[in-house]
Design a protein around this ligand. Structure first.
Ligand code: NCD
Length: 300
C-alpha cells in the first residue's frame, strides 16, 4: 500500500488491490492458518452514521486476527453530542487505538481526520464521497465470480449519492472492464466522478434503461437510493422504486450474470432473486471479513 491511510479508491493501484485480494483468498481458503498477528492491538471504531456490515465485519476481522476493537458508540451517547469537533475526537481516540475506522456523513471527513492523527485512518464511508474498503470486497467478489478479463459490468441505481459506486467505478479503471452506468437522469454520476473516470482512461456509458445493456452484462451491481442524502424528500419520492430487479426481468440476462449489491437493500432486488444462481450479495457481504483481515494485516 502506498499510503498508510485508506481514504479513497483513487489511491489504490492494481498491484495494491491484487495484493489484498490474493491474501484475502488465502485467508478464506484456510482461516485456521491465520496467526494471532494483531494480538494486543486495538482498532478504534468511529461510526457517525448507521452501519451493520462494515462495522461488524471490521470487528470480526480484527478479532480473528487476535486483536480487539474500541468503539466510540453512537453519536447520541458520545461527546460529539456536546459539540466536540471531529478533529478533537480523532486526536483523542488515536491515543486509545492503533488505527481508526471512520464513517461520517460529511464528504472529505476521512481526509480531514487523517490530517490530524498519525495512526492509519480507514475511510468506512464519507457522505456521498468514497467507501474504499467496500470496493475491495466488491472487487474480490467480482474476481471470484466473473473474473476481470473482458469484464462488462452495469452499475445501477443511485449513482449520484452512492459512495460505493464512486469508489468501485474508479478502482475498476485499473482493470480491463467495460462499465455501464444505469440511473434515472437526476441520479447520474456526479460530474467530478465522470471527469475522474475519463482522466483514468475509462469510457463512461450512461443509460436510463437497464434493458439497453442487460443482455451484455457479466455483473450487475445494484445500489439503494440513498434517501438520507436527498436535500428534499419529494425528490426522493420521485425516483424511489424506479428500478427493481426480479426473476422475470432476469430472464433477459446472461445465464451466468452475477447480481451484486453492497446492501442494505430496500426494494431494488425482489426476494425471489435470492434463491437464484444470480444472487451474490450475501456472499459479497461475507467476503468483507477475509478482505478486511487482509487489509488490517497489511496496515497495522
Ligand atoms: C453502503 C454504504 O454505507 O455506503 N453500505 C455498506 O457499507 N455496505 C451502501 C448503502 O448504504 O446503501
Amino acid at each position: 500500500m502506498r499510503d498508510d491511510h485508506i481514504i479513497s479508491a483513487k489511491q489504490l493501484s492494481r498491484s495494491d488491490i491484487e495484493a489484498v485480494l490474493d491474501r484475502a483468498a488465502e485467508i478464506a481458503d484456510d482461516p485456521g492458518a491465520v496467526a494471532d498477528s494483531k494480538d494486543g492491538e486495538l482498532l478504534g471504531l468511529l461510526f457517525f452514521e448507521p452501519s451493520t456490515r462494515t462495522k461488524m465485519s471490521f470487528t470480526t476481522a480484527m478479532k480473528r486476527l487476535g486483536g480487539d476493537t474500541v468503539d466510540m458508540g453512537s453519536v447520541e451517547s458520545s461527546s460529539v453530542k456536546k459539540g466536540e469537533s471531529l478533529a478533537d475526537t480523532v486526536r483523542v481516540i488515536e491515543g486509545y487505538a492503533d488505527a481508526l475506522v471512520l464513517r461520517h456523513p460529511s464528504e472529505g471527513s476521512a481526509k480531514l481526520a487523517s490530517d490530524f492523527v498519525d495512526v492509519p485512518v480507514i475511510n468506512a464511508g464519507d457522505g456521498a464521497g468514497q467507501h474504499p474498503t467496500q470496493t475491495l470486497l466488491d472487487l474480490y467478489t467480482i474476481r471470484e465470480n466473473a473474473g476481470f478479463d473482458d469484464l462488462t459490468i452495469g452499475i445501477m441505481g443511485d449513482l449520484k449519492y452512492g459512495r460505493t459506486v464512486h469508489s468501485l467505478a474508479h478502482a475498476l479503471t485499473n482493470f480491463d472492464a467495460s462499465q455501464h452506468f444505469i440511473s434515472p437522469e437526476s441520479l447520474r454520476l456526479p460530474r467530478s466522478v465522470r471527469y475522474d473516470l475519463h482522466e483514468a482512461g475509462a469510457q463512461v456509458r450512461e443509460h436510463t434503461d437497464l434493458e439497453d445493456v442487460l443482455g451484455t452484462l457479466d455483473v450487475l451491481y445494484v445500489t439503494r437510493i440513498q434517501r438520507e442524502r436527498f436535500p428534499d424528500e419529494n425528490e426522493y419520492r420521485q425516483v424511489a422504486g424506479e428500478y427493481r430487479i426480479d426473476t422475470e426481468l432476469l430472464e433477459r440476462a446472461n445465464d451466468d450474470l452475477t447480481v451484486m449489491h453492497p446492501l442494505p437493500r430496500v426494494d431494488e432486488i425482489a426476494p425471489d432473486v435470492d434463491g437464484t444462481e444470480y444472487a451474490t450479495y450475501f456472499e459479497q457481504a461475507h467476503n468483507g471479513v477475509p478482505v478486511r483481515m487482509a487489509l488490517l494485516e497489511e496496515l497495522l
